[in-house]
Ligand binder design. Sequence first.
Ligand SMILES: [Ca+2]
Length: 261
Amino acid sequence: MAKKLLRSSLLVLLTTLFVGVVTLTQPKVVAAGKDAPKTLDTDSRLAGWWKLDETSGKTAVDSSGHKRKGALKEGLSFDKDSVAGRIGKTLKFDGKDGYIEITGYKGVTGTKPRTVTAWIKTTTSRGEVISWGADDFGKMFTFRFHRGRLGILPNGGYYYMNDPIHDDQWHHVAAVIKDAELPNLHDDAVLYKDGVIAEIHDIGLLDLWPIDTGSDLDVTIGDGFKGLIDDVRIYDRVLSDEEVMALFKLQSDRPLPKPKK
Ligand SMILES: [Ca+2]
């Protein structure tokens, strides 16, 4: 009887050890199956990434791998307007005519979730960081200054952050539209300033339309903006709080933070 008990105890112990070993080794096996850990820089959902590190010419390379290169318009050029950026070099926008057109790229359209991020440095609270869409209610997607503050305007309603941001310092800014059947500014938009969710100053609900972005206009960067814009990214998914913080901390080349359960 005692022998039998001992044997079954041993069996339980061995089984526990075996399961333990399998559990411990499993993550390594999975990791070894892929080439490199996924990062925010190598994410396949990174739909466009303009570092603006060039120093000559009028073409901005897309580092996302999608070949969505930008054309510098209205006199803007790397030869003339390249300056020290937040990361490497970037472009100085004059607040008048110069902007970048991502020729042929319509951005994230319809009601799809999305994240746009950029570093900006300006003393002037006007102009666009980035926009695309169509000239109709709810059909634009514009990340721009409105009433002196930065926010999202879908052409119908507005949603902008509280803190003035035109203090001549570098700020990391991000706008997220969450996954929803008919996303709207009130429930489904999130703004980030310097890695954390921004306090909202105002939201215009009177003419609130669902965000259902059109596809007439190519993506443009820096239209009417005076100052520096660097490291512009579009993801066709929602970035988590931790991921936006990682971008702010310049840790986009590190393995992605694990999503919270
Ligand atoms: Ca840069």
